[in-house]
Design a protein. Structure first.
Length: 106
């Protein structure tokens, strides 16, 4: 499989869905399923019964995975969504923002 373009720690922009336009940081990447979990985005609520581990119970809020096609790397210069290109700089393969040509750290 090719090198994944979006990795943990990347700043991304949501392209579609209820959170369209929001930005957040990738907190988990699931390459096998082509999904990413973004902090503060796609939050689902789950009602929990009181149990031994959580005697209080209540509503548990948790980020759910998004498909990689629904997110784009935020350009390091402008913050706008951009595609990722791979280039060789100083003998290393690096990720570069297609719009601005800026190096993507992460």
């Amino acid at each position: 499989m090719a090198t994944q373009k979006i990795k943990k720690g990347d700043r991304v922009v949501i392209l579609s869905g209820k959170d369209k336009g929001k930005t957040g940081e990738v907190i988990r990447s699931i390459p096998k399923d082509m999904k990413v979990v973004v902090s503060g985005v796609n939050v689902h609520a789950r009602h929990r019964k009181p149990s031994q581990t959580s005697p209080q119970g209540g509503i548990e809020r948790k980020e759910a995975p998004l498909h990689v096609s629904n997110v784009a790397i935020a350009d390091p210069k402008t913050g706008a969504p951009t595609r990722v290109r791979f280039e060789e700089r100083d003998g290393k393969k690096v990720r570069v923002a297609a719009k601005s040509g800026e190096l993507i750290h992460g």
